[in-house]
Design a protein around this ligand. Structure first.
Ligand code: NAD
Length: 283
């Protein structure tokens, strides 16, 4: 029987800490950190995500600045808004909600966000800073995974960690963060041959492939720590990339879905927004 990693509780703890640190920052600087969210179009899932980010921001004591552009907004209109937010001294962090409507070219838009305001950590400069191990803002979901792992009674240093998935959003930045934590990291992906042979060697296994139930009992050795980043809506509710019922009896620690990695993402966004304000303050 594995111990469940309670992402909801840990996320709440991070959020409480951020709220306290925001109050300290305001006392110290007179500046209240502000998150500018940019939503283009009316995708219902994106609208829900943005609404919960905005609410969490207010609860943490930060300013919520929201901008909603119509679905037919042009590349130039989005650029102009991002450029205005980039130079707005009252805005600490800018979050461009993804996915964008298909006619927009997302990479150049993300790269207009200055790295000190890039609270999603997805810009080219932020990715470069991470790759070089330099100070900068990191993508929220992998940060959340690192926070969960940091709270377990396990040692990442020297441990063999397998990350399944190499996306710019999760797998790739996570692998880099793990290397910086001195783990021995293997990245598996859709072209990996014999996934099970690789994952069975893991002491810590992170599944971020976006394939429901990909990781079964045959992929996991006894005593492995299993972190499931996957989220899939099914008629039976939310499921992850890990086949929980099969894997849980073999794991030592495991994240549930929901209630594992999911709640961490917003918590780390709040932390990043405060970090962004600190970076701009230069204190
Ligand atoms: P993605 O589709 O961009 O990348 C998936 C990666 O997995 C790719 O690198 C691909 O090579 C690899 N992959 C695909 N099939 C594979 C297979 N059969 N075997 C091995 N590797 C395989 O997805 P993403 O954006 O990285 O998201 C991954 C999952 O995490 C999704 O389910 C997504 O919904 C979820 N997610 C959750 C959060 C959160 O807050 N918890 C945040 C972001 C993403």
């Amino acid at each position: 029987m594995a111990t469940l990693i309670d992402g909801k509780k840990i996320a709440q703890d991070v959020r409480d800490n951020v709220r306290r640190d925001v109050a300290d920052f305001v006392d110290r600087t007179g500046i209240r950190p502000a998150l500018a969210t940019v939503l283009v179009g009316g995708d219902p899932a994106s609208a829900v995500y943005v609404a919960s980010k905005r609410k969490a921001c207010v609860v943490a004591g930060m300013v919520d600045r929201h901008h909603h552009l119509e679905a037919h907004a042009t590349q130039t209109e989005v650029e102009d808004l991002l450029d205005a937010l980039a130079v707005d001294t009252e805005v600490s962090g800018i979050l461009l909600q993804l996915p964008l409507p298909g006619h927009l070219d997302r990479e150049p838009l993300i790269d207009r966000i200055p790295s000190v305001k890039d609270v999603d950590g997805l810009g080219t400069l932020s990715a470069g800073l991470l790759a070089q191990g330099k100070h900068g803002l990191r993508p929220c979901t992998p940060l959340g995974v690192m926070e969960l792992l940091a709270r377990l009674p396990i040692t990442l240093e020297g441990a063999s960690v397998v990350v399944v998935g190499r996306s710019a959003l999760v797998g790739r930045p996570l692998a880099q963060m793990l290397v910086q934590a001195n783990a021995t990291v293997t990245v598996a992906h859709s072209r990996t041959r014999d996934l099970g042979a690789i994952t069975r060697g893991a002491q810590v296994l992170v599944a971020a492939a976006g394939v429901p139930g990909l990781i079964g009992a045959e992929h996991v050795s006894e005593g492995t720590t299993v972190v499931d980043v996957g989220i899939h809506r099914t008629p039976d509710g939310l499921v992850g990339d890990v086949s929980f019922d099969e894997v849980e009896p073999k794991a030592s620690f495991i994240t549930p879905v929901p209630g594992g990695v999911g709640p961490m993402t917003i918590a780390m966004l709040l932390r990043n927004t405060l970090n962004a304000a600190e970076l701009q303050w230069g204190g």
